[in-house]
Design a protein around this ligand. Structure first.
Ligand code: ADP
Ligand code: MG
Length: 253
């Protein structure tokens, strides 16, 4: 089966800092891949390169065979024009650690903004879809609330609904529960679990090891800008034969 996401030999520098050092990654449709690894290993940068919040220096990135960036003969990442890149990346939804809701907009307004402004949806249709998604994340009664009236867990569930409103084929989560009080983590993980049950293709950067183990088809362990292990949850958690994973798991579990 053709990969829905394919990354080849991806390199990213921030000035002289070499942050991604030749990442290769394939994700199939419906697959759930968790990315774990120490802080500073390049997990966020990888997600941000996928949805073009960062520009890669070397390598190729494609979705269903459509390249946003393709390596030239020297390996340099050559990007398509911005309009084409945006069109391809509109198939990706992103959820951030810090929610990134628009503070001056109600929950409903947060969700209908992009479908109307970017996709040109009619307002009535955007509202109907937003209400359906709010129901799904269990927050329909909060549709007229403002972000500062919500708990962190509720904000993150709104952020997930907002990403889904763009009808993405792929969802990227960057530590979606790291900013939450422990008692609020479960409600967010439950929503992600629901998406998993619906076979949404997802890449999830997380420190929730039990959740990653339970939900993932595959787990990628990153360290120092490289994919050190790409394997089944059992290969990572039951028989971690790589010393760097053992060290990492001893710290976080
Ligand atoms: P992780 O998400 O695994 O914690 P990041 O991808 O955020 O790691 O960061 C990888 C490295 O890149 C870190 O050393 C970080 O300080 C650096 N970095 C991330 N973003 C930037 C940036 N915009 N400018 C300069 N350095 C950055
Ligand atoms: Mg990060």
């Amino acid at each position: 089966m053709e990969a829905i996401i394919k990354v080849e030999n991806l390199h990213k520098y921030f000035h002289s800092l070499h942050v991604l050092k030749g990442i290769n990654l394939e994700v199939s449709k419906g697959e759930i891949v968790s990315v774990i690894g120490p802080s500073g290993s390049g997990k966020s940068t990888l997600l941000r390169c996928l949805n073009h919040l960062e520009v890669a220096d070397k390598g190729s990135i494609s979705f269903e065979g459509q390249f946003i960036a393709k390596a030239d003969a020297s390996g340099k990442a050559v990007y398509k024009n911005n309009r084409e890149v945006l069109a391809i990346c509109s198939n990706l939804g992103m959820v951030f650690q810090n929610f990134n809701l628009f503070p001056h907009m109600s929950v409903l307004e947060n969700i209908i903004e992009a479908p109307i402004m970017v996709k040109g949806k009619a307002k009535a249709e955007a509202v109907r879809k937003a209400e359906e998604l709010l129901d799904k994340v269990g927050l329909l009664e909060k549709k007229d609330a403002y972000p500062n009236q919500l708990s962190g867990g509720q904000k993150q569930r709104v952020a997930i609904a907002r990403a889904l409103a763009m009808e993405p084929e792929i969802m990227l989560f960057d530590e979606p529960t790291s900013a939450l009080d422990p008692e609020l983590i479960g409600e967010v993980l439950q929503v992600i679990k629901k998406l998993a049950d619906e076979k949404m293709t997802m890449i999830i950067v997380t420190h929730e090891m039990n959740f990653a183990r339970e939900i993932s088809d595959r787990i990628i362990f990153m360290d120092d800008g490289q994919v050190v292990v790409d394997g089944s949850p059992d290969a990572i958690f039951v028989n971690p034969d790589h010393p760097r994973i053992k060290t990492f798991l001893n710290k976080v579990l």
